[in-house]
Design a protein around this ligand. Structure first.
Ligand code: FES
Length: 142
């Protein structure tokens, strides 16, 4: 059973209509669309905000922190390893659709840098071996 509904213009417009009178409605609308469909269709303008996707994500989303504390703790080595291991660059999804790789700029976990999230769960003090273990574990989940 898919986590997200297939994109549907009618359902999308219903979500928009239900929220458009809210103060500051844009972000609640974009969040609602992404929660329902897993992404915001390119027909909706989202290019200004990097946390919204314009295509469906992989089954598991890996976000590597690229901000200062994680840089100081060697995140570039981790990023290189993740790209090699998954065979994708940032903003790409593996050919089998299992993983999407994204960059993020601080997860509020600086004391445990380098940090990442997999499916929105935060992990810290990550090295390549631990990353491999986390990806193996995530790959076993549906
Ligand atoms: S800089 Fe990476 S978690 Fe804050």
């Amino acid at each position: 059973m898919p986590k997200f509904a297939a994109w549907d213009d009618t359902a999308a417009h219903e979500l928009i209509e239900a929220r458009k009178a809210m103060p500051g409605a844009l972000l609640p609308i974009l969040h609602a669309l992404q929660e329902r469909f897993g992404y915001v269709d390119a027909s909706i303008v989202i290019s200004f905000y990097h946390d919204f996707r314009d295509h469906p994500p992989g089954e598991h989303v890996v976000k590597l922190c690229r901000a200062e504390a994680c840089q100081a703790m060697g995140n570039e080595r981790l990023i290189d390893h993740a790209k090699r291991r998954l065979g994708v660059d940032f903003h790409e999804t593996t050919a089998d659709g299992r993983f999407s790789l994204e960059a993020v700029y601080c997860l509020g976990n600086c004391a445990c840098a380098p940090a990442l999230t997999i499916d929105n769960k935060v992990y810290g003090r990550i090295d390549p071996a631990r990353l491999d273990q986390l990806l193996d574990d995530a790959g076993k989940r549906p």
